[in-house]
Design a binder for this molecule. Structure first.
Ligand code: CAO
Length: 415
């Protein structure tokens, strides 16, 4: 079966996490992704957080599936010529170097356009134009600068970063959308263009509801679904909301049976308005369904703390999976807090290809997260990440270099 991005060639100049997540997605959709790495060293993540000596780390292997690897010294004049040949042959150049690095290499937007006017040049940077545009940025910096950290955690504690890599993988996802959109525009404009996804912007986009709340707070001085109401004070900026739901249906994380020893024996429980009467029945508080202090969503807001305490008395008598089963019978929205161990062992995620086992020549078998986006006409087959420079000879031959030329370039240290 053909793939959605068959025929699209990507010059993948990405490293660490944000850029590689983007090009991995494009590879899963069928693009030929040629990862250019520094000769001798490669993407720094190959050796970071290693669990097996001298073997590509899981950090690297889990972000670079379905790609080919070539090693080129782009600061060597002959290496630059190889890169020029690649630019002429590819449709998209994706990079996430520190600001200015590509220009310093000699590959400005103007130069790339001279070489290939159809080329799309896509970049992840920490910040867009402005006071911080020259800064190097990693995941948690973006979470802090994009509004996630100030709105995550509990009111009486410091700002907290989330385990979800919204700065890196989130921005990679934004960039991938920019790239396929630019490829589509090129089908009628005939021209390439620049695509920029700044990590601060990507995180803020995912924190959209918190900017919504900032404006609600400024207008009304209070947000009644936040745990601060009616028990605490609101300041001038959106406070941290603990585990409160970000939407109009109040929710909270509640203890389940076994919470004393299992750190993940919890369930997220949403007191969705349409099923309020059923919630009252399940927890044995039938009178709340008609009590004017509890019967309507507005009446319940000042009592949320007590309501969740009462529901928790019920959830603590069940395991999270028992509670899930009972609540779903009544269409009550809820979700178990799943550990990474439970997720890794979940058969349904294996069946859909969301968790995949991959074999690697030096590491053996390992688990990875497959393509979370499923296309009915473009199925994803996850293949292992490349070894450093594994495809240099193959790609050089495709570019028209003879074996003698390749060996001379190798001797010169260009590849
Ligand atoms: N051959 C020769 N030189 C190469 C090369 C190659 N194949 N590939 C890269 N280089 C060079 C670059 O040209 C650059 O050289 P100069 O500094 O002399 O211009 C140098 O390697 C280092 O690149 P860098 O500055 O991007 O790398 P770093 O490790 O110092 O910084 C990071 C890493 C992530 C902080 C920075 O790249 C960055 O801010 N990127 C944008 C934001 C981003 O993507 N952050 C997410 C990272 S994932 O958590």
């Amino acid at each position: 079966m053909s793939k959605a991005l068959d025929g699209v060639r990507i010059l993948d100049f990405t490293h660490v996490q944000s850029g590689p997540t983007c090009t991995q997605l494009l590879a899963w959709f069928g693009a030929d992704v040629i990862k250019v790495e520094r000769a001798g060293a490669g993407d720094i993540t190959r050796e970071q957080l290693r669990d097996i000596p001298d073997v590509d780390s899981l950090y690297f292997t889990m972000l670079n599936h379905n790609k080919r690897s070539v090693t080129i010294d782009t600061k060597n004049p002959e290496g630059k010529q190889v890169l020029e040949a690649l630019i002429q042959k590819c449709d998209v150049l994706v990079e996430n170097f520190a600001p200015g690095a590509l220009d310093r290499m000699g590959f400005t937007w103007e130069r790339i356009q001279e070489l290939n006017p159809r080329m799309i040049v896509a970049s992840v940077k920490g910040f867009g134009p402005g006071p911080y545009e020259d800064c190097k940025v990693y995941e948690n910096v973006a979470q802090c600068a994009g509004g996630a950290a100030s709105t995550t955690g509990f009111d009486d504690g410091p700002p907290v970063v989330t385990g979800a890599q919204i700065g890196d993988s989130g921005t990679g996802l934004h960039l991938a959308l920019g790239i396929v959109t630019a490829l589509y525009q090129r089908t009628h404009s005939g021209r390439g263009q620049r695509v920029l996804a700044a990590m601060q912007d990507g995180v803020l986009n995912l924190c959209r509801v918190k900017l919504r709340d900032q404006q609600r707070l400024e207008r009304t001085g209070v947000m009644k679904e936040y745990p601060q109401y009616p028990n605490g004070e609101f300041g001038k900026a959106v406070p941290r909301a603990g585990n409160a739901s970000g939407g109009g249906q109040p929710g909270w994380i509640l203890k389940c049976k076994g919470w004393e020893t299992d750190p993940n024996a919890y369930i997220y429980f949403i007191t969705q308005a349409p099923v309020w009467a059923r919630i009252c029945n399940v927890i044995g508080k039938e009178e709340w369904a008609t009590d004017p202090d509890y019967a309507t969503p507005a009446a319940r807001l000042p009592h949320l703390k007590d309501i969740f305490a009462e529901i928790e008395r019920w959830t603590m008598t069940k395991t999270k999976f028992e509670a899930m089963q009972i609540l779903n019978k009544y269409d009550i929205p809820c979700g178990p807090i799943l550990s990474m161990k439970e997720i890794a062992e979940e058969p349904s995620l294996r069946k859909t290809g969301t968790i995949v086992e991959v074999d690697h020549p030096t590491r053996g078998k390992y688990l990875t997260v497959g393509n979370p986006i499923k296309l009915s006409d473009s199925p994803t087959e996850v293949t292992r990440s490349p070894l450093l420079g594994e495809h240099t000879d193959e790609v050089m031959a495709e570019l028209g270099y003879s074996p003698e030329q390749v060996s001379a370039l190798r001797t010169a240290g260009a590849i």
